[in-house]
Design a protein around this ligand. Structure first.
Ligand code: KG4
Length: 351
């Protein structure tokens, strides 16, 4: 089913540490404003929930205003308000939901609750004002991989709105593991992108580290705790760190973490030989991982799809608007009295 291409949606996402609002029309992104709090959480080495809530509250009004202004759509011409209700930090989600309710009531617009992970899956379908979507016809079932700071899941997409999680992490998410490795190397937070930069200058074969879940791909589980512990011991042994050592250690960690993804992806594609692969979430911005996943897809004649801009890889509200466009076409609106935060909402659970 296609989204309603005339339908204009104001979408809001405050699920973690990005305060985000966007205006979309079907799959077309008219504006996409993201105010990242990451630098404020850096000293804690991760997201500090009460600070996230406070900063969302402080910034959400400004972010929405800017999203509406940049879209050049008048608020009276917005057809619906979409908001992420889960998964995410409960007290952070609450801020976006409250704001969505305020707007829905003040302007008498219907509300659409969205699952954040569904947003990441469908982010690859979004297109800019000038550029049409490269994906005209997805073949279902398709396979999606969402790799972010909160999620590492391979998901079967029976059709848009109908999902089954095939594999997920038993401990850290891939983004979290990369962030922790970066922190051990003193590279700051969030460290995924910095680790990638360092890894480019290093040699991934310089130190021995285990490949997570090696030989256990049949379990359909990602896992990074063993790799993380082994890495911690290795870093301790190599102290004091020189730039050369940091490059090599970053390359070694990234390589082993990505080998886990590659092996599991191959295993899942063996069992579910789909023709389209949708890759979203913050870690999908990583060029080394893109290269490796692309190679696997090419070998199997699978079409690989990424968001059209890196602004749509990490947390954003445009992807929430795109997902809401499909829900609007299915007339899936929600009673304002029933909308609530769902911090643990799995994308394959019908709510
Ligand atoms: O999707 P996202 O913005 O937030 C969540 O939904 O959690 O993803 C954030 C994660 C962080 O762990 C960050 O380090 C990682 O995505 N990330 C990257 C890159 N850019 C962001 N990881 C690896 N390489 C990158 N270039």
């Amino acid at each position: 089913m296609a989204p309603n291409t005339q339908f204009k949606i104001l979408s809001i996402d405050t699920s973690c540490d990005e305060t985000a609002a966007a205006v979309t029309e079907g799959k077309k992104v008219l504006s996409n404003i993201i105010w990242s709090q990451a630098s404020l959480h850096a000293k804690f080495g991760g997201v500090y929930p009460s600070l996230a809530k406070r900063m969302h509250k402080e910034r959400i009004g400004w972010v929405i205003e800017k999203a509406i202004k940049n879209s050049k759509v008048k608020i009276k011409n917005i057809d619906s308000i979409a908001v992420t209700v889960g998964p995410g930090l409960a007290i952070a989600l609450e801020v976006g939901i409250k704001k969505a309710l305020e707007f829905a009531e003040a302007y008498n617009k219907p509300l659409i609750p969205i699952n954040h992970v569904e947003g990441h899956i469908l982010s690859v379908l979004a297109h800019s004002r000038n550029l049409k979507s490269q994906i005209s016809n997805l073949k279902f079932p398709a396979l999606a991989f969402v790799a972010s700071g909160g999620t590492t899941q391979l998901i079967l997409v029976y059709k848009i709105g109908d999902y089954k999680i095939l594999a997920q992490t038993s401990d850290d998410s891939l983004g979290e593991a990369l962030d922790k490795a970066a922190r051990m190397l003193g590279l700051g937070y969030p460290g995924g992108a910095i680790l990638e930069k360092m890894a480019k200058k290093g040699n991934s074969q310089t130190y021995p580290l285990p490949i997570p879940m090696l030989g256990q791909e049949d379990k359909f589980v990602f896992s990074y705790s063993g790799l993380k512990t082994a890495f911690y011991k290795l870093v301790e042994k190599e102290l004091p760190l020189t730039p050369e050592k940091i490059y090599n250690l970053a390359a070694v960690f990234q390589n082993k973490a990505f080998l886990n993804v590659e092996r599991l992806l191959i295993r899942v594609l063996d069992e579910y030989p789909t023709q389209d692969f949708l890759f979203g979430g913050g870690v999908s911005a990583n060029s080394e991982l893109r290269k490796r996943v692309r190679k696997i897809c090419r070998q199997r004649n699978v079409g690989m799809h990424l968001p059209y801009s890196k602004r749509l890889c990490g947390d954003n509200a445009a992807m929430i608007g795109v997902a809401a466009g499909f829900k609007a076409a299915r007339r899936e609106f929600t009673d304002p009295d029933k909308i609530d935060r769902l911090p643990r909402w799995k994308v394959d659970e019908v709510k």
